[in-house]
Design a binder for this molecule. Sequence first.
Ligand SMILES: [Zn+2]
Length: 62
Amino acid sequence: MASIRCDEYGFDCSYSTMGEIEGVVLDYWKHMNDCHGIDYSRGTIGKFANKNVKCTAKKIRY
Ligand SMILES: [Zn+2]
């Protein structure tokens, strides 16, 4: 499970998406294009999502 929140990356935006990592990356990539006009590479967004997976795992462990 992965998640991305737009406001974590400096946008004044309430968008968030969660689910399987492939879907999260695709959803967020579309959102960035449609709503912010930014064409991030999928690899960059994949790193955002991976970072959140690690954070979640840490929270569960402690
Ligand atoms: Zn946004």
